[in-house]
Design a protein around this ligand. Structure first.
Ligand code: NAP
Ligand code: SF4
Length: 680
């Protein structure tokens, strides 16, 4: 086999004895919202996975599947796979993947939620409630424990019957198996609790009995909790002891996991450095002899290759990366990494959707999960299309329409493409947004979009010569009418983020939406951005990668670095600040600002601005925030003057923030633009 020149480790096959993985690229488990008993929905799920298989990924793991009726989670969180009658549903997926690429291994993840099941039937080793679930679980009897082990085995057998190449059992994250392992969640005094040997018995019994039942020619993966990011998590010795015991139970691959869901340290969001946690896998890899899988914030072939090259793992798992671009592996193989649509770890359309019981998709790729309905077919009649505005909406429309074969001219008044993404990428922790701009830049070249920068196009120029006109002129910041608002120390968030105005020592931020939070992050930040520096990240969140104390963090004090500024973040509403932020990322923004002592004021009424600062009323009393800089982050209004002039001339379309400013939300903008481009 000839080595791949660019990514020799990534494209090296992995021989498991009875079968071979064609490369080291794994699409990790993600619940999609397309599981369940509806065959039509299942066909969409099959198309979703088949597209990734066709895109060159070596192995795919499904979302978590409950093996047992005892303490199963809610159907919207996953599905129960307990009977032969369900086999044909699963075969829709396995056969679609085989048809797409017979070499892609399709794996079923088996997951018992334990005390994370969101219902009153939840079960656990002991009746201890998870802090992130209102339901208190019932303690399992020994008979029920035996029954659940049998259910895991049965589920693995059903998976084999359904044509899966193997199963992954998740023993981490706070799900049932992991709660047996920790003293804090396992208070039993029978053979399933007490000593570590007893606490790990459940995991070992499950894995060894599955191996006995399924035979040797079936891939068996165990997802191990290497660090829970909780003070009372596992010690490193315990992790190694468990890893060795699981290996001895006949597992082929060990997948490493780095947190429990209840932990309050980010592990996958955009503020986490790329590949920050793979060193933990590398440490365990030295102790075991089976191949190890690593994950978390691996979003480019370069990063994946370097993780493998330095010996941190044998396989790289990328879940969201494959949502953003199903062709990731093929593009990397063909030396076209610059054409990859990179996952920016925003979580907005994937994890936030899953946690809101909505179908998952992807902010930068709205086709994810919609492969059967949103397709970019070649056009039979080529149109001349003018697009105004090169923000996310205008870019998504232009490259998609051009990809289909239309002749697209994209007008942009400024000197660069990207719109508000150019602001986002300047926020510490959001550097990844630059990747989307890079992706569109390359797509513009590839599909011959005529890009006209520094060109403010007029309604006259658009009124003839075009088959379609698309207005994506975006938004402008909302201006306030407060007395004193014209003072020189009042600046807009655009100037604050671009650094075109000085920012003083006491800063008042008017408006606490997504951008108010971003600006607070920026002005309270000091030093290197911890999202691009693993050591700084570890210090900021109190993780000791080197010594690996209990849970990875026990006894480690987070080190807070912050700018020498007093920052006030304010809103008029009387609700908690940050309520509208993304569910899976908002808490990290709030926690970071809290650690930096940013003052969060709600129920504020703004009175006036003068040389003393910002005058407000709060809780019925007048106060002065002695701000030397006041930054207005009070939302936006649509910039749609051009549309108003053109709207009656036919074939004019309005998309993105210019359409709905209240949601200048890239997810909505890119989705709307892509759907329009698919339809014209
Ligand atoms: P936003 O989320 O709509 O927030 C606007 C803020 O301004 C609110 O706090 C609002 O609170 C305040 N406000 C509105 N009208 C005001 C007025 N007349 N006077 C004073 N305050 C006023 O807008 P944004 O922060 O500009 O964010 C825009 C969009 O960008 C978001 O919807 C989001 O999609 C996206 N974004 C998201 C993130 C993220 O989630 N991480 C980050 C950046 C941007 P009160 O009305 O209570 O005062
Ligand atoms: Fe990545 Fe954001 Fe897409 Fe999720 S929505 S896959 S985090 S780019």
């Amino acid at each position: 086999m000839v080595q791949h020149t660019l990514y020799p480790h990534l494209f090296q096959p992995l021989d498991l004895g009875f079968t071979t993985l064609k490369n080291r690229i794994l699409m990790g488990s993600m619940h999609t919202g397309l599981e369940g008993s509806d065959p039509e929905q299942r066909k969409r799920l099959a198309a979703f996975y088949a597209e990734r298989a066709k895109g060159g990924v070596g192995m795919i793991i499904t979302g978590g599947t409950y093996p047992s009726q005892i303490g199963a989670g809610h159907e919207i969180e996953g599905e129960v796979f307990t009977s032969e009658e369900q086999v044909p549903l699963h075969q829709l997926v396995t056969s679609a993947v085989k048809d797409a690429d017979a070499d892609c291994k399709m794996i079923l993840q088996i997951m018992h939620p334990g005390n994370l099941a969101f219902n009153e039937n939840s079960v656990a080793p002991s009746p201890i409630k998870s802090p992130i679930n209102p339901f208190t679980p019932k303690a399992l009897t020994e008979n029920e424990i035996e029954a659940i082990i049998g259910d895991f085995v049965q589920c693995a057998l059903l998976a084999k019957q359904a044509g899966y190449a193997g199963v992954e059992v998740i023993g981490s994250a706070g799900y049932l198996i992991s709660t047996f392992l920790l003293e804090k969640t396992n208070k039993r005094d029978d053979q399933w609790g007490g000593s570590y040997e007893n606490r790990m018995r459940f995991a070992i019994e499950i894995m060894s009995r599955i191996r006995q039942a399924v035979g040797d020619d079936f891939i068996l993966i165990y997802r191990i909790a290497t660090m829970e990011l909780m003070e009372d998590g596992s010690s490193w010795d315990e992790v190694v002891t468990l890893g060795k015991a699981i290996e001895a139970a006949g597992v082929n691959l060990m997948s490493t996991h780095f947190t429990w869901h209840q932990a309050s340290i980010p592990t996958i969001s955009t503020r986490v450095p790329r590949a920050a946690f793979t060193q933990v896998t590398g440490r365990l890899r030295k102790e075991l002899s089976i191949p190890l899988i690593t994950s978390n914030r691996i979003n480019s072939p370069e990063v994946a290759e370097s993780v493998l090259a330095k010996g941190d793992a044998d396989i790289t798992s990328m879940g969201r990366t494959m949502l953003a671009d199903p062709e990731f592996a093929n593009k990397a193989y063909d030396g076209k990494a610059d054409e990859i649509n990179t996952c920016i770890a925003c979580n907005q359309a994937c994890m936030d959707h899953v946690f809101a019981a909505k179908q998952l998709t992807c902010l930068v790729n709205p086709r994810a999960g919609y492969e059967t309905e949103l397709n970019y077919e070649p056009v039979s009649h080529v149109k001349r299309i003018a697009v105004v505005g090169a923000g996310p909406a205008g870019l998504a429309f232009s490259v998609t329409a051009a990809l289909r074969g239309h002749k697209v001219t994209l007008f942009e008044g400024s000197h660069e493409i990207g719109g508000h993404f150019n602001l986002a990428k300047r926020i510490p922790g959001k550097e990844e947004f630059n990747e989307t701009i890079r992706y569109y830049q390359r797509q513009i070249e590839l599909h011959n979009v005529e890009l006209r920068l520094n060109e403010y196009v007029t309604a006259d120029a658009l009124s003839s010569g075009w088959d379609e006109v698309v207005i994506a002129t975006g938004i402008k910041p909302r201006e306030l009418t407060l007395p004193g608002i014209e003072s020189s120390h009042v600046i807009s968030y655009v100037d604050a983020i671009n650094g075109t105005q000085p920012i003083g020592k006491t800063v008042a931020i008017i408006g606490a939406g997504g951008i108010g939070f971003d600006v607070a992050e920026l002005v309270s930040h000091k030093g290197v951005s911890s999202s691009i520096d693993i050591d700084a990240f570890a210090k900021e969140w109190g993780i000791d990668f080197e010594n690996h104390p209990r849970g990875g963090i026990a006894g480690v004090e987070p080190q807070i670095t912050k700018a020498d500024r007093e920052v006030y973040l304010m809103q008029r509403k009387d609700t908690k600040l940050g309520k509208g932020l993304g569910q899976t990322t908002g808490w990290t923004h709030k926690l970071t600002l809290k650690k930096r002592d940013v003052n969060m004021l709600k129920g504020v009424s703004y009175q006036k601005i003068d040389e003393q600062g910002l005058h407000i009323e709060m809780d019925g009393s007048a106060q002065i925030i002695p701000a030397d800089t006041i930054i207005v982050c009070a939302g936006q209004v649509s910039e749609n003057a051009l549309y108003e002039q053109l709207k009656d001339s036919g074939n004019v379309h309005l998309i993105g923030g210019a359409d709905v400013a209240a949601e200048i939300d890239a997810k909505r903008a890119i989705d709307q633009a892509s759907r329009l481009a698919a339809a014209l």
